[in-house]
Design a protein around this ligand. Structure first.
Ligand code: E4P
Length: 219
């Protein structure tokens, strides 16, 4: 399972890259706005520190303008995946960008029917938003199960990129289902390391070790 980081914050990405866990990055207009800088410069900087796909989202809503924006965003770096919303114009744009060999991430997916359309439009990634479905009382993970089965039934190559992840359980359930990618906020990614028995066990090991008076490296 690939891990993408869901942020436009360069410092957060730079801190995570050395862990080897960062297979890509996703941004959206809200994350770019939160970061505060110029979108072109931000995407360029992220692409220079991450080798994998970096999603940059169009903000036009009409097909021709979306396509123009998508072409522009993809010219920033070769690892840009253009993000388009799951609308009629978005899927038309997806098909056209894919015909030109540009990676496309279809975002704001909330149903299996939408995911089926995105795969038929040739999307590289489909982004179902599990957290936002949970927020309205639905079970977001059910959607991931449905999409994985549908894509397997027909051999679609579109990768299932689980988005709007809020906690570890979303990641584990996505992995059990066999989703291709999880895009994870840095805060949640950092929580994956933690277990109280790890802390407790390490503390006990070190206390016992110090009692020996030894050091591993020559003094
Ligand atoms: C995905 O690409 C989106 O940027 C993101 O996962 C949305 O998450 P949110 O629902 O927490 O805003």
């Amino acid at each position: 399972m690939k891990f993408f980081v869901d942020t436009a914050n360069i410092n957060e990405i730079e801190n995570l890259v050395p862990t080897g866990f960062v297979d890509g990055v996703t941004t959206n207009p809200s994350l770019i706005a939160k970061q505060g800088g110029d979108i072109k410069q931000t995407i360029k900087s992220i692409c220079s520190i991450v080798e994998g796909p970096v999603s940059a989202e169009v903000t036009a809503t009409e097909h021709n303008k979306m396509f123009e924006e998508g072409k522009f965003l993809s010219s920033i770096a070769k690892n840009v995946a253009v993000k388009v919303p799951l609308t009629v114009d978005g899927l038309k744009t997806c098909k056209k960008l894919r015909n030109e060999g540009i990676m496309v991430n279809v975002t704001l997916c909330f149903s299996a029917a939408q995911a089926l359309l995105a795969a038929k439009a040739g999307a590289t990634f489909i982004s179902p938003f599990v957290g936002r479905l949970d927020d309205i009382g639905q079970k977001g993970m059910n959607l991931i199960e449905e999409i994985v089965v549908i894509y397997e039934n027909y051999g679609f190559e579109t990768q299932v990129l689980v988005a709007s992840i809020r906690n570890q359980e979303h990641i584990i359930e996505s992995a059990l289902i066999g989703a291709d990618v999880a895009t994870i906020p840095p805060k949640v990614l950092n929580e994956l390391y933690k277990h109280q028995l790890t802390d407790k066990g390490l503390k006990a090991f070190l206390e016992d070790w110090h009692k020996t008076g030894q050091s591993i490296l020559p003094k």
